[in-house]
Design a protein around this ligand. Structure first.
Ligand code: HEC
Ligand code: HEC
Length: 363
């Protein structure tokens, strides 16, 4: 433990700084400041023993994805949504589908830093994984969509993605008898904005990262995670500390934080600020899920880091300085073996292969 290597006072001081930063970020301790936090810690006797585990977060397995009352799951609807997900005819020149940028073979994400849409157009953000997006409270890096239903029609109409208009997309579907029949059977009507979105969302709710070594470990199979990964889990929840933000069964607090990524650019991506206009959200992005993260390189909203090792190194440095940096972003002083342990833990979050491949598409 860090405890044994560095001096006791040094360790306590660092923990104190971290707690204060954490307090600031949750507002609760904001006014009470260093003194109160120090007193609480002393009261807990924290500085007289090993740091406790599970400080911020109790590891939990993933519950079933929430399903909104207006869009109940059914096998036929999921099948239709799956076809639409792989359907290139929903793009202007029939070349791009959802799967082009959220590829099941690449952890349902895009191995390219920036995805290419119709006409090789590129946006400025890395395509996140669709795995577990059903568990998000907000969609997109800046959280501008709330539900999967609200999200689904965005890419079809986005000029740098599928470059369609919805009337044109619906016309295309109307011209394919297999789809007309399927929409009739599932929704009792012709394809519409609403039903296209509902079918795609229903399919996405089945794209879940589950039964990872971490889940099996939690279920009692202590051999499921390597000793390094177990050590990484403790670091993740202690010295590192990652779990204040990557918390809960999906490893996200559903909040937005500024880590300083791309902050030095001439025209930085303002992130959440564009949605809320709140100066506190300047350069803040959604905490992404970490489930199956080992499959979804490159990382961060701009795809600027290619490996998990590099991401851990980035956190070890304390992120990138800028006026709005999240208070929790402090240098971590991790040893090489602690960094590897963290990576081993992140790798233990990889879920089982869902066996979902491109279905036959209607004629
Ligand atoms: C050309 C590439 C491209 C295509 C095609 C595409 N996406 Fe995306 N997708 C992205 C990018 C890039 C983002 C992140 C954009 C942002 O955050 O501003 C994204 C974000 C998302 C998210 C939010 C995930 C999260 O973690 O917040 C979901 C869900 C999603 N896409 C589903 C779809 C679906 C469904 C389709 C097909 C209808 C689709 N995408 C088509 C590139 C693409
Ligand atoms: C202050 C909250 C916060 C803390 C603490 C934090 N993260 Fe993050 N994490 C985020 C946010 C926000 C992003 C996305 C930032 C961006 O792209 O601008 C992110 C992104 C990531 C990514 C990239 C995932 C992807 O799909 O691109 C990984 C991996 C990651 N964090 C792991 C960690 C680890 C390991 C730790 C602890 C050393 C940690 N995080 C601590 C909030 C946090």
């Amino acid at each position: 433990m860090a405890w044994h290597r560095e001096g006791r006072a040094d360790f306590c001081l660092r923990q104190l700084r971290r707690w204060c930063a954490y307090g600031q970020s949750v507002v609760v301790f904001r006014l009470s400041g260093i003194l109160a936090v120090g007193l609480v810690m002393a009261g807990m006797g924290w500085c007289s023993g090993d740091p406790p585990e599970g400080l911020f977060w109790a590891p939990r397995v993933l519950p079933p994805a929430p399903v909104p009352p207006g869009n109940p799951q059914s096998e036929a609807k999921i099948q239709l949504g799956k076809q639409l997900y792989f359907e290139k005819r929903l793009s202007f020149d029939n070349t791009v589908s959802c799967a082009s940028c959220h590829d099941p073979k690449a952890g349902w994400a895009d191995p390219r830093q920036f995805s290419e849409g119709v006409d090789h157009a590129k946006g400025g953000r890395n395509a996140p994984t669709v795995l577990n997006s059903a568990h998000y409270q907000f969609q997109f890096w800046d959280g501008r969509a709330g539900s999967l239903e609200k999200q689904a029609l965005g890419p079809i109409q986005n000029p740098v993605e599928m470059k369609m208009t919805m009337p044109l997309a619906l016309d295309r579907l109307q011209g394919i008898p297999g789809y007309v029949k399927a929409f009739q059977e599932v929704f009792g009507g012709a394809p519409s904005d609403e039903t296209v979105a509902k079918a795609i969302a229903a399919f996405e709710r089945t794209v879940i990262s589950r039964n990872s070594p971490f889940d099996r470990y939690l279920a009692g199979d202590t051999a499921a995670m390597s000793p390094a990964a177990v050590r990484g889990m403790k670091l993740f929840n202690g010295k590192a500390p990652c779990s204040p933000c990557h918390t809960g069964p999906s490893f996200t607090d559903s909040k937005f934080h500024n880590l300083g990524i791309g902050a030095g650019a001439t025209e930085p991506d303002v992130g959440r600020f564009k949605v809320t206009n709140n100066p506190q959200d300047y350069g803040a992005f959604k905490t992404p899920t970490l489930r199956s993260v080992a499959l979804t390189a490159p990382y961060l909203h701009d795809g600027s880091e290619r490996t998990l090792e590099a991401v851990v190194e980035f956190y070890n440095r304390g992120g990138n300085r800028n006026p709005n940096l999240a208070p929790l972003m402090l240098p971590l002083r991790l040893t090489q073996s602690e960094k590897s342990a963290l990576v081993a833990f992140l790798e233990a979050l990889t879920g089982e292969d869902l066996g979902i491949t491109e279905p036959a598409l209607p004629e």
